[in-house]
Design a protein around this ligand. Structure first.
Ligand SMILES: [Zn+2]
Length: 273
C-alpha cells in the first residue's frame, strides 16, 4: 500500500499541478527520506528547473526536471501527497515550492519509510530495467506467461515481485487471483495457458476498475486532493476472512505462505483452484 491504482491516482492529480512549473525551493523536514543524495545536492539538482514530465512506473512516481534530472519517489507503506498548503500538513516531510499556483506540493509519510532519489536519465533507465518488469496495468498474457513460467514460488508471491511484473502488492494480487479463479498458493509455473490468459486479463481489469474508484483506502491512503479511494467497497477477498464469498457464499479463508512476510493471503476455497 499504496499500489498501482493509488499511485496512478496520485500522479494524475499531481501532473496538472506540477507540469510547466519551476521549482523555486525545496523544504526538507526529514532528510532520511533522501536515499542517494543530500538536501543540498537535491536542491542544486532541481531548483530553478522547469518540471517537464510527471509519470508512473509500477508503484513509483517519476518527476522530470528540465529534461535531464529525475526525482524518483517510492511511497512504500504510507507515502502520499498534499497539494497547495504553505503550512506543513500532518506528516509533511518534503515540500516543493513552485513559481506558480498551487505554489506548494507536499510529500507526506506517516511511517517515514518512503524513498526519494535524484537520478540522471541514464541512472533512471538502468534502475527501471533492473527493478521493474512490464507494467501491470498493460501486461499481456504472453509476457506474463514468460515471466511466471520461470518461477516456482507461489503465484501470489511471484505477482508481488516488481522485477517480474510492476505495480501489484497484497491487495490487487489477491483480487486478481480471485477474479481469475486461481488459488494464491499454486506454484507460479504450474498454470495452464488458459489460466495465464485469464490472470493477465484479471490483473488489467481489477487495476482499471480500482483506478476508476481512485484506489483503495484501507487505512490511511488519501488522494493528493485529500479524498478517500472507494475501491474497498468492491474488494472480493482482501481482508475478508470469514465473510461470505461474493460469488458462491462460502466463507473467505486466509493462510500464510512463503514469500509473503507478516501477511495473510485471502482466497475463496470454492472459487479458486
Ligand atoms: Zn467463492
Amino acid at each position: 500500500m499504496p499500489e498501482l491504482p493509488e499511485v496512478h491516482t496520485m500522479v494524475e492529480q499531481l501532473r496538472p499541478n506540477l507540469l510547466g512549473r519551476t521549482v523555486t525551493g525545496v523544504r526538507i523536514r526529514d532528510r532520511f527520506l533522501l536515499k542517494n543524495t543530500t538536501p543540498r545536492a537535491y536542491r542544486v539538482g532541481v531548483v530553478g528547473k522547469q518540471i517537464t514530465d510527471v509519470r508512473r512506473s509500477g508503484k513509483w512516481i517519476l518527476i522530470e526536471h528540465g529534461r535531464s534530472i529525475w526525482t524518483l519517489i517510492q511511497p512504500r507503506m504510507t507515502g502520499g501527497f498534499q497539494i497547495g498548503a504553505n503550512r506543513a500538513p500532518r506528516y509533511g516531510r518534503v515540500c516543493w515550492q513552485l513559481d506558480q499556483s498551487p505554489h506548494y506540493v507536499w510529500y507526506t509519510d506517516l511511517r517515514r519509510i518512503g524513498v526519494i532519489m535524484l537520478l540522471t536519465a541514464e541512472q533512471l533507465c538502468s534502475l527501471l530495467a533492473e527493478k521493474h518488469g512490464p507494467d501491470a496495468l498493460s501486461v499481456d498474457a504472453r509476457s506474463l506467461t514468460r515471466r511466471l513460467r520461470r518461477t516456482t514460488s507461489p503465484i501470489k508471491a511471484a505477482l508481488m515481485k516488481q522485477e517480474l511484473i510492476a505495480g501489484l502488492g497484497n491487495i490487487y494480487s489477491e483480487e486478481a487471483l480471485f477474479r481469475a479463479g486461481i488459488r494464491p498458493d499454486r506454484p507460479a509455473n504450474t498454470l495452464d495457458p488458459a489460466e495465464y490468459r485469464r490472470l493477465a486479463r484479471a490483473i488489467r481489469e481489477v487495476l482499471s476498475q480500482a483506478i476508476a474508484y481512485q484506489g483503495t483506502s484501507f487505512r490511511d491512503y488519501r488522494t493528493a486532493e485529500g479524498r478517500r479511494g472507494q475501491f474497498q467497497e468492491l474488494l472480493c477477498v482482501y481482508q475478508r476472512a470469514g465473510q461470505p464469498c461474493r460469488r458462491c457464499g462460502s466463507p473467505i479463508e486466509r493462510m500464510k505462505m512463503p514469500g509473503v512476510i507478516n501477511r495473510y493471503t485471502h482466497f475463496c476455497p470454492r472459487c479458486q483452484h
